[in-house]
Design a protein around this ligand. Structure first.
Ligand SMILES: [Zn+2]
Length: 195
């Protein structure tokens, strides 16, 4: 019935009629009825009062007279409490994605930046970054010319491989053109460096 809401008792008898005033707001006409009481089953009330104690413990509490005034309670047939269910939900951690790398030098990203508007005191206008995905170690080196990128890469590789005691497996480039020479290609093939 549009614009009206019925208020029913627990047996389905209509005890009041609401008429919509505005929006979702209803005016309740109770007719002859003068008193209403909202009642929660006593067992549930006692479950909620001491912060959602389970029913077996409530029985024990009463039996050992730990709380004064607690009545004899009947365990509800269905003792599923929505709040308790939410509270007991387990949380699992996110799985590591399998493309995350497990070790240093498994994958290194490189990028050449420049030219920078103002060159350094020693005349460099470019810089190259080598970033190890696993350790997050980043090395920045400055260059006068783009063509020096390969030289810097060889220097980086010699240094980190010696220090870490591992070989680089994969070098990721941004295709910026700094590593296009055959010399670089052959170097990577010989050393088994994927790109
Ligand atoms: Zn509960």
């Amino acid at each position: 019935m549009h614009g009206k809401a019925w208020l029913l008792d627990d047996k389905g008898n209509m005890i009041g009629l609401g008429k919509e005033i505005k929006g979702n707001l209803f005016y309740l006409d109770l007719g002859d009825c003068s008193c209403l009481i909202a009642q929660l089953e006593e067992s549930w009330l006692w479950h909620k009062r001491p912060c959602h104690v389970n029913f077996d413990n409530l029985v024990k509490i009463r039996k050992h007279r730990r709380v004064r005034g607690i009545p004899k309670l009947k365990k509800p047939d269905v003792d599923l409490c929505k709040n308790c269910q939410i509270g007991k939900m387990g949380k699992t951690s996110f799985k590591r994605k399998n493309y995350w790398f497990e070790d240093t030098l498994e994958i290194v990203y490189t990028n050449l930046c420049g030219s920078i508007g103002v060159e350094s005191y020693s005349g460099e206008k470019f810089f190259i970054i080598f970033f190890d995905d696993y350790s997050r170690m980043m090395i920045v080196m400055y260059l006068r010319e783009k063509s020096k990128a390969f030289e810097k890469f060889k220097w980086y590789l010699a240094r980190v491989e010696k220090e870490i005691g591992k070989r680089l497996k994969c070098l990721r480039l941004d295709r910026g053109g700094e590593f296009v020479s055959n010399e670089f290609n052959n170097f990577c093939i010989e050393r088994g460096i994927k790109r």
